[in-house]
Design a protein around this ligand. Structure first.
Ligand code: TZP
Ligand code: MG
Length: 213
């Protein structure tokens, strides 16, 4: 995917798995799409997370919904699943598979890498990352082993260094604080709970979209 298109797709990037939802994940995703999300990542983590066939079935079902609405479908961590389903891409963290190896396995699919320092950003770029996930921007209750909160400092540092790779901010982002990520030079925001735990995921997505426009 061309990087100008990827930048647009990163504008409102919704991430979720079954453990993040108050209702059926399919319903949450459909509502979020109705509200205007631009990209989706299936991230199945935590207590009571689905595994094996259960995980695969949910992934397929969410992928179908994304395909019907032309929303790119990205898989978190699970490279085998991404390749099996022919997903649009993969997102990995620093503790997951080596980004260079993942690039070789997924060919031209989208590769996103989480980074917390300039050194990690540079390494990810060398390994072939298409975009960087920078965070946690704000305190988050969703990821237990999250790194220390950084605000928008890393994004500013990357842009000050003249690095133009697409960047999405993550961690504790809501419609009240999302704008700062764009102002710092981010291309978009990624959120879990601001949408997945909302009573009205469609409206939550609409509000977020307004705040990053
Ligand atoms: N990586 C850094 S923070 C985070 C991840 C996966 C969790 C983001 O969730 P929320 O609910 O949007 O704070
Ligand atoms: Mg990971």
């Amino acid at each position: 995917m061309e990087s100008s298109i990827l930048r647009q797709k990163l504008n409102l990037y919704f991430i979720m798995g079954s453990t993040n939802c108050l209702k059926e994940p399919e319903d949450v995703l459909l509502q979020a799409i109705k509200g205007g999300i631009t990209m989706f990542q299936y991230r199945e983590k935590g207590k009571n997370a689905r595994a094996g066939m259960d995980k695969r079935e949910l992934a397929r079902s969410l992928q179908k919904i994304c395909a019907l609405h032309a929303v790119p479908f990205i898989v978190n961590d699970d490279i085998d699943l991404a390749v099996e389903l022919d997903a649009d891409g993969v997102h990995i963290g620093q503790d997951d598979a080596d980004a260079g190896e993942v690039r070789k396995r997924i060919g031209s699919r989208i590769l996103g890498v989480s980074a917390h320092t300039m050194a990690e950003v540079k390494k990810a770029m060398k390994d072939g990352a298409d975009y960087i996930g920078a965070g946690p921007i704000y305190p988050t209750a969703t990821k237990e082993d999250a790194e220390p909160v950084k605000g928008t400092l890393l994004i500013e540092e990357i842009r000050k260094a003249g690095i133009t790779i697409p960047i999405v901010g993550i961690g504790g982002i809501t419609s009240a604080n999302a704008r700062a990520v764009k102002d710092a030079g981010g291309d978009g925001v990624s959120v879990i709970s601001a949408i997945s735990l909302s009573e009205d995921p469609c409206r939550a997505a609409e509000e977020l979209l307004k705040s990053v426009h």
